[in-house]
Design a protein around this ligand. Structure first.
Ligand code: CAO
Length: 548
C-alpha cells in the first residue's frame, strides 16, 4: 500500500485560495475524483478532487488555511494500483488559454461606442453550466470586469465578468439557463474604451483546466481566474446570493431547500451542509416555515401540508371599513402551539359537574377570617390541590409521551391559564403537592399580576405537568380546552351556579361547578377520564378527602 500525497492541482491564476470546507476526515475511504476540500477565492469557489482512491491517513490542511497549486491537501493510503499517478499534480495539464479569448466581440484595439456583445469566456472543460444568479439588469451601468452572472457546475461556481463597460441594453440569459463558451450573455451600449483591458486580461490568463492525473475532471477557476478581481466580499454579495460552496448548493437543490432563507453559521455567514440539515429538520418538525409555505398559509397555517384547501383570502375592505393590526407576540406564539396541539393530539373532552356548596362556604369563611392577611383564597387554589390528589391517584394524567414510552413525573407542577391584555399565558405553581391552599393562593396572585404586567419569565411558565384553565370568574357552562403539550390532559372550569339537585328524596339547591376534562386518547382512555372527573368531584364536594 503506497502513501500518496494529494496535492492541489493547477487552479489557474489563483495565487492563494482559502480552504472553506473539509469534505473528508482521517479514516474516510475516498474514491478517485471524490471532492476532498472546497477552496474559495473572492470570485469563485471550487472543490478539489482526489487524484487517487484509498483511505485518508492524514489531513494536511485545516479550515482557513491558504493553499495554492502543489500544496499537499492530505495523505491517502492508496488502494492497490490506483496509487501511482499522483506524483506531480502541478505538472498536470493546465490547458493553455486560447490566445484570443472568445470573450469580447468588440475589437480589442479601439474604444468602442455602440452595441457591444458580451459572451461567455473560456470556462475550461465545463459544458452546459447553469446560470444560478443574474447580478445585473437592463439599464444598469456596467463597468469592465463587473460580474454579470454566476454560473455553477457540480464542482465549482464562478462569476462571469463583463469584458466591456457601458449601459446594459439586453440580457440574454436568465437563472436556470445553461451556457457554454461563446454564448451571448448581454448587449451593452455606449461602451467606452473598455474592451481592450478585459480582453487582455482574459487572454493573458491560463484558463485553468487543471487536471490531476487520476482525475480527468478538475476544478475550474476559469473566467474568474482570468480577472483581476474587483472588490467583492463573499457573503456581502451584490444581490444577496447566499454564500455557499457548490456542493452545499447542490445539496440544497436536491432537498429543495431555498438557500436564501438559510442562515449561514460558517465564517462570514457561509451556509454549510449542517445549516441545510438544520433548516430541513426545522421545517419538517414544524418549528419553521419556508417563505413559500408561509405564503400559502396567510392565516398562520393554510392547511396545505394536511392536504386541505387553502385558507380563504378575502378582501374585507370590499365589504366595509377595516383596520389591520398585527397580533401580539404572545398571540402568535401561543397560536402556533395551540394549532399544533389541536391538530396532533387525538383529544377527547369529558364534561361533569362537581358539588362545591360546602367548599365555597368554607372558602368564603376562610377569606373572612383571613381578611387582614391580604391573601384571598380562590376556588382555583382548591382546584389545584384537588387536581394534585387526582393526579396522584391516576398517574398517567401526570405523564408525557416520549415516542412509544410514557414519562411519569413524580412532581406536581400545575399550570393555570391566565388572561392578559396581550393574550393567554400559563404560569406554573411548582410543587403544588407540597404547598397549602394559602400559599398556592398567594403565589397565584403574584404570578397572575406578573402575567398581566407582562413580567413573567420563562422559568415562571415552564415545567407544568397538568394545566387548569378557569373561566369561572367570567362565565359559561362548559368548553373544550386544548391540551398544553407535552402534557396529556387539561381541566377546564366554568362558572358555578346554584342548581336543583335530586338528593334521593327531593330537589335541593346546590352550587355546581362545571368541569371539562380534555385528555390525550393515546395515553388515557375514556373510563380513566370518567374516573378522574368523578374522583375530582368527590374531593371538591368533601375536601377532607384530600387528606386521605
Ligand atoms: N365559579 C363562580 N365564580 C368564580 C369561579 C367559579 N368557578 N371562579 C372564580 N370565581 C369568582 C371569584 O370568586 C371572584 O369573585 P369575587 O371577586 O366575588 O371573589 C371572581 O370570580 C373573579 O375571580 P378571578 O378570575 O379574579 O380569580 P380566579 O382565581 O378564579 O382566576 C385567573 C385567576 C388568573 C385564572 C383569572 O383571572 C383568569 O385569567 N382567567 C381566565 C383564564 C382563561 O382565559 N382561560 C381560558 C383559556 S382557553 O383554554
Amino acid at each position: 500500500m503506497a502513501m500518496v500525497e494529494v496535492q492541489v492541482p493547477d487552479i489557474g491564476d489563483f495565487d492563494e485560495v482559502t480552504v472553506i470546507e473539509l469534505l473528508v476526515k482521517v479514516g474516510d475511504t475516498v474514491k478517485a475524483e471524490q471532492s476532498l476540500i472546497t477552496v474559495e477565492s473572492d470570485k469563485a469557489s471550487m472543490e478539489i478532487p482526489s487524484s487517487t482512491a484509498g483511505v485518508v491517513k492524514e489531513m494536511r490542511v485545516a479550515l482557513g488555511d491558504k493553499v495554492k497549486q502543489g500544496s499537499v491537501v492530505l495523505v491517502v493510503e492508496a488502494a492497490g494500483a490506483a496509487a501511482a499517478p499522483v506524483a506531480a499534480p502541478a505538472a498536470a495539464v493546465a490547458a493553455p488559454a486560447p490566445a484570443a479569448a472568445p470573450v469580447v466581440a468588440a475589437p480589442a484595439a479601439a474604444p468602442a461606442l455602440g452595441p457591444v456583445e458580451v459572451r461567455v469566456p473560456d470556462i475550461g472543460d465545463f459544458k452546459d453550466v447553469a446560470v444560478i444568479e443574474v447580478m445585473v439588469k437592463p439599464g444598469d451601468t456596467i463597468k469592465v470586469e463587473q460580474s454579470l452572472i454566476t454560473v455553477e457546475s457540480d464542482k465549482a461556481s464562478m462569476e462571469i465578468p463583463s469584458s466591456a463597460a457601458g449601459v446594459l441594453k439586453e440580457l440574454k440569459v436568465k437563472v436556470g439557463d445553461t451556457v457554454n463558451i461563446g454564448d451571448l450573455l448581454a448587449v451593452l451600449e455606449g461602451a467606452v474604451a473598455a474592451a481592450a483591458p478585459a480582453a487582455a486580461a482574459l487572454a493573458a490568463a491560463p484558463v485553468a483546466v487543471a487536471s490531476a492525473p487520476a482525475a480527468a475532471q478538475t476544478p475550474v477557476a476559469a473566467a474568474a481566474a482570468a480577472v483581476a478581481a474587483p472588490a467583492h466580499t463573499p457573503g456581502g454579495n451584490t444581490v444577496g446570493l447566499p454564500h455557499a460552496s457548490p456542493s452545499v448548493r447542490k445539496f440544497a437543490r436536491e432537498l429543495g431547500v431555498p438557500l436564501d432563507e438559510v442562515k449561514g453559521s460558517g465564517p462570514k455567514g457561509r451556509i454549510t451542509a449542517e445549516d441545510i440539515q438544520a433548516f430541513t429538520k426545522a421545517v419538517m418538525s414544524g418549528a419553521a416555515q419556508t417563505k413559500a409555505q408561509a405564503a400559502k398559509a396567510p392565516a398562520g397555517g393554510g392547511g396545505s401540508e394536511l392536504g386541505l384547501i387553502p385558507w380563504p383570502k378575502v378582501d374585507f375592505a370590499k365589504f366595509g371599513p377595516i383596520e389591520r393590526k398585527e397580533m401580539s407576540r404572545i398571540k402568535k406564539i401561543s397560536g402556533a402551539n395551540l394549532l399544533r396541539n389541536a391538530v396532533m393530539i387525538p383529544a377527547v373532552t369529558n364534561h361533569d359537574d362537581a358539588d362545591i356548596t360546602d367548599l365555597e362556604a368554607f372558602r368564603v369563611s376562610t377569606n373572612k377570617e383571613n381578611e387582614k392577611s391580604g391573601v384571598k383564597v380562590t376556588m382555583l387554589a382548591f382546584l389545584i390541590k384537588a387536581c394534585v390528589a387526582a393526579l396522584k391517584k391516576f398517574p398517567e394524567f401526570n405523564s408525557s409521551l416520549d415516542g412509544d414510552a410514557l414519562i411519569y413525573k413524580q412532581y406536581y407542577h400545575i399550570g393555570f391559564a391566565a388572561d392578559t391584555p396581550n393574550g393567554l399565558v400559563v404560569p406554573v405553581i411548582k410543587d403544588a403537592d407540597k404547598k397549602g391552599i394559602l400559599q398556592i393562593s398567594q403565589e397565584m396572585g403574584e404570578l397572575a399580576k406578573k402575567a398581566r404586567d407582562g413580567k413573567l419569565g420563562p422559568a415562571d411558565m415552564s415545567g407544568a405537568t397538568f394545566t387548569i384553565s378557569s373561566l369561572g370568574g367570567i362565565g359559561g357552562k362548559y368548553f373544550t380546552p386544548i391540551i398544553n403539550a407535552p402534557e396529556v390532559a387539561i381541566l377546564g372550569v366554568c362558572k358555578s351556579t346554584m342548581e336543583p339537585v335530586w338528593d334521593g328524596k327531593q330537589f335541593v339547591p346546590r352550587l355546581m361547578l362545571p368541569l371539562s376534562l380534555t385528555w390525550d386518547h393515546r395515553v388515557i382512555d375514556g373510563a380513566a377520564a370518567a374516573r378522574f372527573n368523578a374522583f375530582l368531584g368527590q374531593i371538591l364536594s368533601d375536601f377532607r378527602r384530600v387528606l386521605l
